[in-house]
Design a protein around this ligand. Sequence first.
Ligand SMILES: [Zn+2]
Length: 306
Amino acid sequence: MSSTNFEVIDFHVHPLKLLSKTLLMEELDFCNVKKCVLLAIDVDHRILDKKDVKSKMVKILFDSGHWGLWAIEHIKCTLQLAKITNEEVASLMNSCPSRLIGIGSINVFFGENYVREKIEEIKKLGLKGVKIIPTLQFFDPIEKMEELRLIFDFCEKYRKLVLIHTGCDPGPWEDPRLSDNARPSRFKQIISEFPDVYVVLAHAGSYSIKFPGIWLEEALEICRKHDNVWIDIAAVSYLIFKRKFIRKIREKLGIDRVLFGSDYPVIAGKAIKDSINDVVSSKEISGEETEQILRLNALEILKHIK
Ligand SMILES: [Zn+2]
């Protein structure tokens, strides 16, 4: 039986290795998810063996009182579990192409040659876009403009989507100093150079346990200037039912560029239906707007993606 009467498009799901395809499909059926965007995550725990990356991490962890002997090893383990290759996502997509939409990922940290190789891979696999995640990929968008230009250029030429993780991240990245590279404003320049590339600012710059809505204003500011930029509410579905957030979204952006995402299965204790219920039970939006967020807006942006 389905948990909702609404048909849903989930724009933000991680097909982790630990999640079987059977379980994923059961969850989608249960929640009436008709289409689902699956995200690859190109991360490499060995980056933490690099002296400058490690020492920055250690310093901030130490300052914030989170330092322990195994802290770096824990983070490495998190990265190993989070890794999802482009091939894995493509193979899932190809097993059910009418329902599953695969987005590849490129680790910008590794420089221009690596980015070029991965672009070729994504093209060959027929994936529909590129996800980048400055927190887990340890890169500063301002320092990696050339790499980003290669990705945006590819997405412009082939009508692919760019999905950018914005906001903090679980684990050590809850410390905003470690997530500074994922502030929406760090992407202002590259976005303004490519007005024809559809971009999703995942988590609307808002994810943070300590400071919910941390960089929402920055995300909305970029969307207001560029109508090719959208937001998703993965891991931050409270944006839709907490008055102070939804009012800000309504005032600065409107409802029609807001995409539903569940972030399944990475939010502990939260299934897709819980995030759907957050939207459906919101007293701040109308029935039509609920449908827009859960499905119609996604259909609209998907029209522009090949
Ligand atoms: Zn996510």
